[in-house]
Design a protein around this ligand. Sequence first.
Ligand code: SF4
Length: 264
Amino acid sequence: MSIHNHPSLKSVRRVIISCERCPRLRVYCRRIATQKKLEFRDWKYWGRPVPGFGDSEARLMVVGLAPAAHGGNRTGRVFTGDSSGDWLYEALHRFGFASRPTAVSRHDGLVLRDCYVNAAARCAPPDNKPTPDELRRCRPYLEAEIDLLRRVRVVVALGRVAFDSWLKASGWWEKLPPAGRPRFAHGTETRLPDGTILIGSFHPSRRNTNTGLLTRPMWHGIFRRARRLLGPEPERRARKRRAGRGTMPGDEGERRPWPLNGST
Ligand code: SF4
């Protein structure tokens, strides 16, 4: 079955987790999972590709670069267990997209509301640099998630690679003339012809946050803007969630009949 024919996020997750398309990355992730970092020597590392995480009815998608060797590759959940995740989930919690501000393991109870987090590549790459071929091989997973997450209206892309990867996976890279393609910069906001709004942000990597290239006010500004664009979570869904029927971590939403960016 083509990845594009998968009927649910659950089946996409299953395929991602067992993927072996990039030998270099698979060898690297397994090696890291065996060698471990001293401070995590008691952990059983995940060591496999890391699927997306969040709410199947999300209106916000956050696209990262790839799991960190001792973050997602250890915990098995995207942006979980590393400093980038500390920044991401603190901001998502602050603006009402996450149930808690920290993410330490895939069993920590974190629930995303109205938000889905994924990445351009699903295996941790050496030096945080997937090759163009590895990004191309991994793109069908992002395409499948874009196809299934029909309510997404705002996309926050963390870094240029994630920004261009989302444009390619969503089809806009090809549909727009080169001169009309959105260009990455921190805080850029582009409304695409179908109404989806693409926001560029510097990645909250240690290199960017420690050097001050990305400051906390700059970072919060990105998610404050996403929240303003989306408005509050629709009341019907919030009621459902309060009644305990809301989506849960890594939920497994089925394909929905409404169109891309249809009204909620
Ligand atoms: S990076 Fe993507 S395509 Fe490559 S092995 Fe990992 S999951 Fe598969």
